[in-house]
Each structure stands twice: as structure tokens, then as C-alpha cells.
Design a protein. Sequence first.
Length: 349
Amino acid sequence: MKTNNVTGTMKKVISTLAATGCMFSMAAAIPANSTIGSAVLGNAVVADAAVISVNTVVDAKNGNADLVQGKFYKSPSQNYVLVFQGDGNLVIYHYNKTTDKAYSPIWSSQTENRGGTKCVLQGDGNFVIYRSDGKAIWNTQTNGKKGAYLTISDGGEIKIISRNSNNATTWSSKNNHGYSISINERPFNWPVPDCKAISSAFNDGRNHGAIDIAAAAGTSVKAAAGGTVQTYYGYNGGAGNYVVITHKINGATYLTVYMHLSQITVANGATVSAGTEIGKVGSTGNSTGPHLDFSIREGSYYGTRLDPGYYTNLPAGLYNCTNCQNYVNEINANRNKSYSLASHTHSNY
């Protein structure tokens, strides 16, 4: 495994690089309706796009240079085109000048359906595909080779050439699909996007098994992941008004529980996506002030409690607002790491 940094304007750290070393087999003709990812060859994703007819596709001499998604970049002979597709895949196709259609792929970055929205030759020389959230999913590991430009040849080969390396080729598509980047993400999102104050830790000496997020009454509470909703109104023990969402993750069942709500804004039995509003912060039940009691449970409502500090995508700038500084320091220090739900990782605070 390798770790690589994307520098320049975007300044994103990318890691866990896995080389992909197989090429498409061209021993037999590819049928006319073949696909790469979700894009049918010659369809609207890659066909009838605006054509750029220069050998140099993009030039990063003066900083980051983007490929325009959906545009054809033709080889000088116009026998091949390079296109960054709407499905996030970067592909070299044969090209029919008469019909203005692409057909029979000879190479791709193999990034279809991974959410790629931006393909950029960076000022530092690295060629990268990013998602809309700024996370890199593919690159050529050529950072440090500045003054770079990208070309496509009459043979259908794309090259990155660096002026700072005596115009040497630093990367080529020949026998090389680039490097796929595995993104380590946590399965749950922060349920109160507008608040970063933690008022009670996961293990706070009262067998809590949850975290308390302090927020003003009426603050929107969001579903931490997609799933099916159960709603509970009234004073059920100390929980007050609360919502339970059941999630299926990698074939296993997990529940997220949202307690002390002033208002429930989702219907019982509803199917929700991550980020759907489910209620408002309140102080119902056994509560001394407005906050959200948030827990993650394995298997069932009475299942093992999992520490949200290790399984939730934490916002930057979380802070302690009562007496749980050690807990907040610990989860902040580990916020960019991901953990298997089966590991049952939790704080000691």
C-alpha cells in the first residue's frame, strides 16, 4: 500500500493506493452495444460532445487544468478520443469521424460509478479524479513533476509530460490504468450539522452508551444514514419523544436512536435517506436542557452500543461544552480514521 499527497490548489490528502494492472483484451471486436460502466458506447454520455482537436489535451504549466466532463479530446489523426464521462470514468475510445461517435474502448481509469465529478491535471504534475466532496478516487502518482501537460497520440495513448523533467514522459496509459484510491469512510453522518458541542461522553460513568450533543431547542436533527423509521411519542422512560432508524449495512442490522426531541418531523414506517430531517432538538423526558441523545446499536434496540465518536463522520471543530474534554480530544484525534463496525472500537472516557 502507498500513501500519496495531492498538493497544489486543492491540497487534498489521498491514501491507500492500489495499483490496477490489467488492460482490456482487444483480441476480439467489442460489440457495438458494449458498455464501460453505465455509459453505452455512442450514447449521450460520450457522443455528440464538443470536440477539442489539439494534441495537447490540458496544460498545467500555470496551475490546475481540468478536463471538461463529456467533451471529446481527439488525437491528431482523429482516430481516437479521450473523454471524462458523466459516470466518472476516464476513457479512450476509437472514434468515427463520419458519425462523430465513439466506439470500442481501449483504456479506462476504471472509476465508473464511484462518483467522480472532476478530472484535473494539477499544478504539481499529478493527474487526479475527484468526487464532488473533494475526495480523490484515482490518480497517476506523478506529483512533484511540475510544468506538466497531457497529450493523446495517434496510437490512442495518453501521456503526462513534465517540462521540469526535461520534457520526459512521467506517466502513460500504455499498460497502466493508474491508481485507484480506496476512501475509508464511516457509515454514519453527524446528526446535528448545525452544532458541534458535546456535553456528555460515550462512557461517562452512568452506563450512558450514547453521546449528548448540545444544541438550541428546535435545531434540526438529521438521519445519520438511510433506513426505516420508527417513531415514539410521549415520555417513554427518560427518552421523551424519540426516533429509531433501522439500517442495513454490509448485511448486518444497526439502529440509530435520537432522544429528547421537541418535535418528530417524520412519519412512522417512513424510509429515509441520510440527511433527511427526522425531528427537532428538545428537552423532553429525563433531560435538564435541550440536547440530542444519540446512540448507535448493533442488531436490535437492546443490542451492543457502539461509540458514535468512532463510527460517525465527525465535523471539524467539535468541542467540549461541559466535562468531557478527554473524550472530545480522543475522538478529534482519530476523526480521519475509519473503523470496522465489528471491531466495537470505543473511547475509554
